[in-house]
Write a protein that binds this ligand. Structure first.
Ligand code: CO8
Length: 258
């Protein structure tokens, strides 16, 4: 039996680890990998026992981009028929926090995949980049949009127009990476943070994620209104009553997820 190209592990309570597993191709994202990531994130998003997800590759590569060999001969209609943008949307639509644990290469679609996550933990020798122009295309999974929103026009242009790779330190300095750790610590740190998030009230976590993401797309006033509504909704949750009561009674809260 062959090993699946995407694995799902359960390393801790409330935490799922989704691992891209095509080491022979530097974890290039072929259609099968992309479909499976979208499928797993959709299922985990609906699974009540999952509170936080870590997306990882291996020590050499998070993902070296879309599979060039799979698309080299394709025409416009074939690319249209593949509809891969829908798979990307399924990943972005996951209501649970997703942490990218990036070791090695996060290039092209791999960099875009990391940017679709909510938090990026990178190893100190990780390499990022949008090198698509070097092979005659442009980024197609958010690399001209999420990247620009994350780092601003002039940094994004500098890398999108040259295809140059950049280091974890440069990514961190630009605001693309949340934390840098030693290469050997990446997954450990991502799982530690995932456990920290998984222990918090899930309704508050989901509302916080939604408010940040939806607000980024909206005018400030609209974003602030969304935030206010999300905050007000949480006052119907048991976990809000429990969290505040525990603070006042000086004890540890017991969250139910309700
Ligand atoms: N696609 C297919 N195969 C790949 C890819 C890839 N992106 N990256 C690496 N491989 C394969 C190699 O062909 C090689 O296979 P083989 O052993 O059969 O020759 C194997 O992986 C190992 O690769 P290397 O020997 O090149 O390994 P190195 O460690 O020397 O180099 C690199 C690693 C730097 C990652 C190098 O392989 C590389 O530059 N890869 C291509 C990076 C790239 O250009 N990525 C962008 C791809 S285009 C893209 O992502 C567009 C996104 C579009 C939208 C997304 C969908 C909505």
């Amino acid at each position: 039996m062959t090993t699946p190209v995407v694995l799902v592990e359960r390393p801790a309570e409330g935490v799922a680890l989704v691992r891209i597993n095509r080491p022979e191709a530097r974890n290039a994202l072929n259609l099968e990998v992309r479909k499976l990531i979208a499928q797993h994130l959709t299922e985990l998003g609906d699974d009540e026992t999952t509170r936080c997800i870590v997306l990882a590759g291996n020590d050499k590569s998070f993902a070296a981009g879309a599979d060039i060999k799979e698309m080299a001969g394709a025409g416009t209609i074939e690319m249209l028929a593949r509809g891969t943008h829908k798979l990307w949307r399924a990943i972005a639509a996951c209501p649970k926090p997703v942490i990218a644990a990036v070791n090695g290469f996060a290039l092209g679609g791999g960099c875009e995949l990391a940017m679709t996550c909510d938090i990026i933990i990178a190893g100190e020798s990780a390499k990022f980049g949008q090198p698509e122009v070097k092979i005659g295309i442009i980024p197609g999974g958010g690399g001209t949009q999420r990247f620009t929103r994350a780092v601003g026009k002039y940094k994004a242009m500098r890398y999108v127009l040259t295809g140059d790779l950049f280091s974890a330190k440069e990514a961190f300095d630009m605001g693309l990476v949340s934390e840098i750790v030693a290469d050997a610590e990446v997954e450990k740190r991502a799982l530690e943070m995932a456990q920290q998030i998984a222990a918090l009230p899930p309704l508050a976590i989901q509302q916080a994620k939604e408010a940040v993401l939806r607000g980024m797309d909206a005018a400030l006033d609209t974003g602030l209104a969304l935030e206010t509504k999300a905050l007000q909704i949480l006052f119907s949750s048991q976990d809000q009553k429990e969290g505040m009561a525990a603070f006042i009674e000086k004890r540890k809260p017991k969250f139910s997820g309700r």
